[in-house]
Write a protein that binds this ligand. Structure first.
Ligand code: FNR
Length: 363
């Protein structure tokens, strides 16, 4: 059951802190280095002030948005988050069922702790569910990448989300301070057949990162390769620069996700709310731009839409719901955010999300 007195996403976070052990808390809640970006993400949405008009007719309003050939009931998707069985024994299965019941889109992580087929099979035929996408981390083995893509296609995933901002982990101080380790029995099961990284003996003066892992890091050439391998739309996640956005648009990707990985990769990146307008401006109407990072309130969702986002993703908040009450907790988090979004729209004279008056966010 839901914990008593939990009525907001912040309440879920506060409660989850007492539910998760120190190991899991460091992993889920932490960000990179000094966590400047982690904090800035949330602050940037709060700092934007709303300037609504009064006495406007809002009856008949709704939160529907078009996205990649579908109409979403509301613009909230669940961002890919790895190893969810560390938050709750039901893991990604609970998340997927809750997303489906709340008509929210779901992006399953490459590093999910349950098989991608198991998750897709559970929700594929649900009436009214939101889109089901698979997040891809390209691995060092092309054959394996292709196999993973074919598995996602065969299972019924409707788009691929290629994460481009994490060729290596950030400096995760909090995890190291907590001595973070994956608990026994939890692993990235969808990568179990990945051949090991070929050993390269480092010469004196060589770097384990540059001369090891990063030899296999994806580049723009791999985007072209990926687009040629699949008919599914490919979204790039982790876009923070308008020239990168233009390059992606030129290659005809299906969409962009403005994201700094929830402040977990490069610290002191700007908050996503700050860079979103320039990226929307750069690509115009050529492709949908989504955003994540620090979205905790319905007003944050409304502000993101006012800045030109087509939809938003949330990460940590639903993990806290999952830790607190399994599928019910995840569903509660989505429902709370949906309700807050409707309230924010009603109180600011917005009937639909495609025609938010620009002056709502005048500075
Ligand atoms: C993530 N994120 C992430 N992104 C991705 O593309 N693949 C992944 O496997 C993960 N794993 C992951 C684990 C954890 C614990 C967190 C917190 C985040 C990033 C995620 O998709 C999203 O960009 C951020 O979480 C959004 O920020 P908020 O909503 O958490 O502030």
């Amino acid at each position: 059951t839901l914990p008593h007195g939990v009525v907001s996403l912040g309440d879920h976070e506060g409660h989850a802190r007492g539910v998760l052990d120190a190991n899991a808390w460091a992993y889920f809640a932490g960000g990179a280095a000094d966590e400047i970006t982690l904090r800035a993400n949330q602050a940037a949405w709060s700092d934007l002030k709303l300037h609504p008009r009064i006495l406007r007719r809002v009856a008949g309003g709704h939160t529907r948005v078009p996205l990649l050939g579908r109409t979403l009931t509301h613009p909230i998707l669940l961002a890919p988050v790895a190893y969810q069985r560390m938050a709750h024994p039901d893991g990604e299965m609970a998340t997927a069922c809750a997303a489906s019941a709340q008509e929210a889109g779901l992006v399953l992580s490459t590093q999910a702790s349950l098989p991608l087929e198991t998750i897709a099979d559970a929700v594929r035929d649900d009436v009214g569910r939101g889109p089901l996408w698979f997040q891809l981390y390209l691995q060092h083995d092309r054959g394996f990448n292709l196999e993973l893509i074919r598995r996602a296609e065969a299972a019924g995933y409707e788009a691929l989300v290629l994460t481009v901002d994490a060729p290596c982990n950030g400096a995760r101080d909090r995890e190291r301070q907590a001595g973070f380790r994956l608990p026994p029995g939890i692993s990235a099961v969808n990568l179990s057949r990945l051949p090991p990284l070929p050993e390269t003996a480092l010469q004196p003066g060589q770097s384990a990162l540059f001369d090891g892992l990063l030899r296999h890091a994806p580049t723009w050439d791999d985007i072209a390769w990926l687009l040629a391998q699949t008919r599914l739309p490919v979204l790039l996640k982790g876009i923070m620069d308008e020239d990168d956005a233009l390059e992606a648009a030129r290659l005809r990707v299906g969409g962009l996700i403005v994201s700094n990985h929830g402040g977990r990769t490069l610290d002191t990146l700007p908050p996503t709310a700050e860079v979103l307008p320039a990226i929307v401006d750069a690509v115009g109407n050529s492709l949908p731009v989504l955003v994540d990072g620090g979205i905790r309130r319905g007003t944050d969702v409304l502000k993101a839409m006012a800045l030109g986002a087509r939809a938003v993703l949330i990460g940590r908040p639903y993990i806290y719901g999952l830790a607190n009450a399994g599928a019910l907790g995840v569903a509660h988090v989505i429902r709370l955010l949906r309700d807050e979004l409707e309230i924010a729209m009603a109180l600011s004279g917005c009937t639909t999300l495609d025609r938010i008056p620009p002056r709502l966010l005048r500075r």
